[in-house]
Design a protein. Structure first.
Length: 145
């Protein structure tokens, strides 16, 4: 099963931000060249993203919900209880960001559990761990469709 370019990009991004893999390892797992991974990292500023991942996604989602609550309270406290154009735009952007984070979190959680399980199996049976890694890669790719 071959991934589409956008799926390869997204999967590489997930691996880069959630695992401590080399560019070569990512390229191998995503089935692109190292040069492609390097270009994606540079163009997408994934190094900054990796650093921002130190703040948990759940914390980021919580902050976005706080912002929504603040806006909604501001709207309900005035006589005209409908969002103005700028407020509606901000609400739309915040809800979109929440949805994106929630989807990415689920993929990130899958990757994290997979990594922990593969590390566990690796100590018992290296060859089996390699097989499981391939199976998890396929599973994660299927979740990204």
């Amino acid at each position: 099963m071959r991934l589409q370019k956008q799926q390869q990009h997204d999967y590489a991004k997930t691996l880069y931000t959630s695992e401590n893999l080399t560019q070569k390892e990512i390229a191998t797992r995503v089935k692109v060249t190292e040069k492609t991974v390097s270009r994606w990292i540079e163009k997408g500023e994934w190094k900054k993203l990796r650093k921002s991942m130190l703040i948990t996604k759940q914390h980021q989602i919580s902050q976005l919900y706080d912002q929504l609550e603040f806006l909604n309270l501001k709207i309900t406290e005035r006589d005209y209880k409908v969002a103005e154009a700028k407020e509606a735009d901000v609400i739309s952007k915040i809800t979109s960001a929440i949805q994106k984070l929630e989807v990415e979190t689920s993929i990130g959680q899958i990757v994290e559990v997979a990594r922990d399980f593969i590390d566990f199996v690796r100590e018992i049976d290296l060859e089996e761990a390699k097989k499981i890694t391939n199976h998890f890669d396929l599973f994660i790719q299927s979740k990204m469709k």
